[in-house]
Design a protein around this ligand. Structure first.
Ligand code: DX5
Ligand code: ZN
Length: 229
């Protein structure tokens, strides 16, 4: 069971949040050092973006990198599979008890089978939806998953601008599900994290905002403070 960092009342219910650095924006030549610095800064979750050059037009990193991260870090690993045919990759990306696996609804031929496969591994399961995907397509799966990931950029690249209109998807789902973890992924910074929180998001992925800073603790503290601004 994962214990959240901070509690705060939002309307009539309690929404707890986490900030998840995406190592897509890390210095890969010094990846180990970067991850240890994130741990020292107080982060507890690592967002791990897997891109296959097919579902998205970019290739990032895969199982070997995951294996060495898991061996050397205590962070919870939030794996975001941006791959075609996710069913084929699920077992390969299951490396620890301290992780979740998220696949894209658009990439799965049979989302139910993917969910079942992840849950049978005793792993937390997330489903991500790209900006053009109608959030209502998630309705059949909401009771079966641990996390919905609402993409606030087109998947494939770090450093893009936040799409504020995606937050309508967040508030729609939050209206239906008070306890579901809702992660927003893409373009998060200190100027928009509060808007996402107010709409009901509670896990926030931030890549370029964190890694462009030379003081990860300061950017972590800044983001945490900005959630309630
Ligand atoms: C986009 C990735 C995101 C993203 C986060 O395809 O899933 O995790 O890179 O990075 P920023 O914060 O730079 O958008
Ligand atoms: Zn991601």
């Amino acid at each position: 069971m994962f214990i959240y960092f901070i509690r705060k009342n939002l309307g009539d219910f309690v929404l707890e949040f986490e900030i998840c650095p995406s190592i897509l924006s890390a210095d890969f030549f010094n990846l180990g050092k970067e991850i240890l610095e994130l741990e020292e800064a107080g982060f507890r979750v690592l967002h791990f973006d897997v891109m296959d050059g097919h579902f998205v037009p970019n290739i990032s990193f895969g199982q070997c990198v995951l294996e060495s991260v898991v061996k050397n870090s205590n962070l919870f690993i939030d794996i975001h599979l941006m791959v075609s045919n996710p069913l084929f990759f699920i077992e390969q990306f299951f490396k620890s008890k301290n992780q979740s696996i998220t696949f894209h609804l658009e990439a799965a031929n049979n989302p139910l089978l993917c969910i079942e496969k992840i849950k049978n591994l005793n792993c937390e399961c997330g489903v991500a939806i790209s900006p053009k995907t109608d959030v209502k397509k998630m309705l059949p799966y909401l009771d079966l998953i641990d996390m919905l990931v609402v993409m606030t950029v087109e998947p494939g690249f770090g450093g893009q601008s936040f799409m504020e209109d995606m937050l309508e998807k967040v508030s729609y789902i939050r209206g239906l599900k008070k306890n579901l973890r809702i992660e927003v992924d893409g373009g998060i910074n200190i100027n928009n994290i509060n808007k996402a929180y107010k709409k009901g998001a509670n896990w926030f992925v931030a890549g370029s905002y964190i890694f462009k800073s030379d003081d990860y603790k300061k950017s972590f503290e800044g983001l945490k403070k900005a959630v309630f601004s």
